[in-house]
Write a protein that binds this ligand. Structure first.
Ligand code: B1M
Length: 210
């Protein structure tokens, strides 16, 4: 079995000990951290999603898989970073109100930090008013909204609207992302940018920050 298949299987089986062992083994074999992340962990999480949808995996198991993936991301974190010098501009990132998914959002935050941006990660289930308050407090240049549920996508629009109503829309660039989000949706709600994954999100944020 390939290293990536073994990682996928251990994640789907929620076997944290084995998973961590396989990730460490992959690193010591010289497999790149981004391949372990993309071809092993994220690909494994896609299988978890399919199983969840088909009723073959239940919430407690999905939570265990998510926790195991989080532990592995911590192992990979120092190896994923870029070596770019700090750029000016601070970023606020959070998962919108009603949505508790944070793995992808945390990866985006991590890649942005690695790209030299100062990132304020607000967490999950963030009310539009809280985004507004932190933008004012931190004088952020970029706001990143994450949503993983079709039912919480409208909250992205509500957040954009709250920022506009607070009179600070022209101070920030708003980026959106998350599995169900598209460029068309970003355009529709008046966001400034969309990114499909953590790497492109970091690149886009850097270009918008200057
Ligand atoms: Co949830 N869940 N979940 N879940 N969950 C999905 C999203 C789902 C697709 C599974 C499925 O049915 N196939 C489905 C949504 C269906 C839909 O909306 N159409 C779903 C559902 C239904 C639910 C519940 C409603 C289930 C229930 O209770 N009945 C519930 C909702 C809870 C809530 O949020 N209110 C729920 C709960 C959970 C858990 C808590 C158990 C757990 C989350 C744990 C956690 O995050 N700490 C969980 C998980 C793990 C998933 C799946 C399996 C995996 C998500 C993930 O972490 N992917 C997911 C299925 C799937 O996506 N395949 C599913 C890995 C991650 C690296 O990818 O998050 O896409 P992703 O992030 C990417 C990009 O999207 C992008 O970059 C990241 C890295 O490349 N990106 C951004 C993300 N945010 C960005 C922000 C940006 C830019 C890019 O800003 C600019």
């Amino acid at each position: 079995m390939s290293d990536f298949n073994a990682i996928k299987q251990a994640l789907v089986a929620c076997d944290q000990e084995k998973l961590i062992g396989l990730v460490n083994e992959g690193v010591s074999k010289g497999i790149s951290a981004s391949d372990i992340l993309n071809q092993g962990l994220i690909a494994g999480m896609d299988i978890v999603g399919e199983k969840m949808e088909n009723g073959d995996m239940f919430i407690p198991e999905v939570l265990m898989a998510a926790k195991s993936m989080g532990e592995c991301v911590e192992i990979l974190k120092p190896l994923l970073g870029g070596n770019e010098s700090a750029v000016s501009g601070s970023v606020i990132i959070g998962t919108v109100k009603g949505d508790l998914h944070d793995i992808g959002k945390n990866l985006v935050a991590m890649m942005m930090e690695s790209a030299g941006l100062i990132v304020h990660n607000l967490g999950v289930d963030i009310d539009p008013a809280d985004f507004v308050a932190v933008i004012k407090e931190k004088e952020a240049r970029i706001v990143c909204l994450s949503a993983l549920l079709t039912t919480t996508m409208p909250m992205m629009k509500q957040t954009v609207d709250a920022i506009t109503e607070a009179g600070i829309r022209d101070r920030v660039k708003i980026m959106v992302g998350g599995a169900p989000v598209t460029q068309a949706f970003a355009d529709e709600i008046g966001a400034d940018g969309f990114a499909a994954d953590a790497g492109s999100a970091a690149r886009l944020a850097k270009s918008l920050a200057v």
